[in-house]
Ligand binder design. Structure first.
Ligand SMILES: C[S@@+](CC[C@H](N)C(=O)[O-])C[C@H]1O[C@@H](n2cnc3c(N)ncnc32)[C@H](O)[C@@H]1O
Length: 243
């Protein structure tokens, strides 16, 4: 079995505990660094991913690993559902999401809850759609997490997952590796309280089963009509599947 990549390489704590600690540590600078490091392109990728649900017009959406809520805010803007619920294991990230919800007056549309993707605090078949942006890479047990997402979806409901993937073509692969391995950890060290978070980022992307492997895992837990749509030469991918 391949080695599990964790934020702090701490043998005493599970990956989940370390991931929650890490996001608690970086929650205050997370939004700024996200947009800064991606030169704002993350906003375009989020829009593209949410547009995958446009035809479905979901009424009730679950945003797993919602963090500071940016994917859910985009879904609210584009899809205008009745309600979105965001779950995350990091209280610090959810605190920022709650501040943004209050500031934007969206309390009746978007609510957040502390919760684990591998044991979602919801009944079977509750949601019309489930979204996850940059979350699955951090799951402790990816297959269990995907199976639970499948469980809470209604029959015919759709899951949309946005995640970094590994570009294969020259010179994108080389540029991407250089940027991710040297530039982002450097920027992270300068601006974030937790420099380890931004070296964990490329390590976790490298270890993540992207592309066909991820699609195969979605198939395995029961999703139908699964697809991968690479963005920006494969730097990111949108994965979709239907229950
Ligand atoms: C990179 S952030 C992404 C946040 C947000 N979706 C976005 O697009 O900006 C990853 C988030 O996944 C959360 N996370 C990691 N593992 C999780 C799990 N097992 N269950 C729920 N949330 C998890 C982290 O706490 C963190 O807030």
């Amino acid at each position: 079995m391949s080695k599990t990549i964790t934020p702090y390489n701490n043998q005493q704590a599970t990956k989940k505990e370390q991931v929650a600690d890490m996001f608690n540590n970086i929650s205050k600078t997370y939004d700024f660094l996200n947009h800064f490091m991606s030169l704002g392109i993350d906003i375009i990728w989020r829009k593209k991913a949410i547009n995958e649900l446009k035809k479905d017009q979901p009424k009730l959406i679950l945003d797993v690993a919602t963090g500071t809520g940016d994917f859910a805010f985009e879904a609210l803007k584009i899809l205008k559902p009745e309600k979105i619920i965001g779950v995350d294991i990091s209280r610090g990230m959810l605190d920022i999401a709650e501040q943004k919800i209050a500031k934007r007056g969206l309390g009746d549309k978007f609510g957040v809850k502390l919760g684990d993707s591998e044991k979602l605090p919801f009944n079977d078949k509750e949601f019309d759609a489930v979204t996850v942006a940059y979350g699955v890479r951090n799951f402790e047990n990816l297959e269990v997490g995907l199976a639970d997402i499948h469980r809470v979806l209604k029959q015919g409901g759709k899951a949309v997952v946005l995640e970094f993937s590994k570009p294969k073509a020259f010179p994108i692969k080389q540029l991407y590796n250089f940027y991710f391995n040297y530039i982002t950890p450097g920027i992270g060290k300068l601006f974030s309280k937790d420099s380890r978070a931004y070296s964990y980022l490329p390590e976790s992307v490298a270890a993540f089963p992207d592309g066909k492997n991820f699609v195969a895992l979605m198939d395995k837990v029961g999703f139908k009509n699964t697809k991968q749509r690479p963005l920006a030469f494969g730097i990111c991918s949108i994965y979709t599947g239907v229950k």
